[in-house]
Design a protein around this ligand. Structure first.
Ligand SMILES: O=C(O)C(=O)C[C@]1(C(=O)O)C=C[C@@H](O)C=C1
Length: 269
């Protein structure tokens, strides 16, 4: 089955897909288009969900809110960014092209450079833009620099040597449910909570369910519900234990819960 990812060639998403999907890859212009392709059927998708430095990937979180796609696997990719240009740019290029997520991951280098920043749709788009405009530079991946004939001026300009992006595989339709509690393949679960109403102590009650059942949360992230200021949904990841099914059932008595999926533990690729 085809695998949809953010393109063009040379993005980190493309690198991830080459490792886990083989060659049958559909390169999409945005992460929103990846979700639309998966939701319309006929392909799976690989999308970046969060980064160890820059946090959640908004477009991916929105993709889960706009479609009913679910998660079937997760993968971690060490991400290394490079400062590159097509022609010598001296001390300072006239501007630097950088993807917003990558900007967050390389903020120290970008700030120190102190030149105008132009945000792009992907790391590959950054390389392409710098190749087309002499005197400019890009923050990009090694494959994208190679594809567009850029020379790497400085390697590893990310803030942290431990920079890692967590990708998930998404599939069409709602999670079929019924966590396979007895399956050794199922180690981690993701849910999306939409409280719909705001009342004192609601988040405390939600977290309390996990605390009472001794279930470890590995991530909780709030995202605007888009219904207006001060209204949020919560993305929660938690460990699979023999109580995790009970926890989800209890949460559904308290608030609105959408099960996003249950999958094997982290694979580092
Ligand atoms: O632009 C790319 O290369 C992407 O694949 C996107 C993306 C992201 O949005 O998180 C993927 C991995 C890195 O964290 C930086 C950018």
């Amino acid at each position: 089955m085809k695998c949809a990812v953010l393109g063009p060639e040379g993005t980190f998403s493309h690198e991830m897909a080459l490792k886990v999907c083989g060659r049958d890859i559909m390169l999409c212009p945005t992460i929103g288009v990846v979700f639309a392709e998966v939701a319309s059927g006929g392909c799976t998708g690989i999308v970046p969900l969060e980064n160890s430095e820059a946090g959640g990937v908004g477009e991916t979180l929105d993709g889960f809110m706009k479609t009913d796609c679910h998660i079937t696997a997760e993968y971690y990719l060490p991400v290394r960014h490079h400062y590159a240009a097509a022609v010598p740019v001296g001390e300072k290029p006239s501007c630097i092209y950088v993807h917003p997520q990558s900007h967050g991951q390389c903020s120290r280098f970008v700030d120190d450079l102190g030149v105008p920043v132009i945000h792009t749709a992907s790391n590959a788009a950054s390389a392409k833009a710098a190749a087309e405009k002499p005197g400019t530079a890009a923050i990009t991946s090694a494959p994208a620099a190679g594809i567009h004939g850029l020379k790497i001026i400085r390697e590893n300009v990310q803030n942290s040597d431990n920079n890692v992006t967590r990708f998930v595989r998404v599939e069409k339709g709602p999670y079929p449910g019924g966590y396979p509690y007895d399956s050794p393949d199922c180690r981690k679960c993701s849910i999306l909570i939409d409280p719909l109403e705001d009342r004192p102590g609601l988040l405390y009650e939600i977290i309390g369910v996990f605390a009472a059942m001794g279930i470890n949360l590995s991530r909780i992230e709030s995202r605007p519900s888009k219904r207006g200021m001060g209204s949020y949904v919560f993305f929660i990841d938690f460990a699979m234990t023999s109580y995790s099914g009970d926890a989800v059932r209890r949460l559904k008595e308290i608030t609105f819960v959408r099960e996003l999926g249950c999958y094997s533990g982290t694979e580092v690729v």
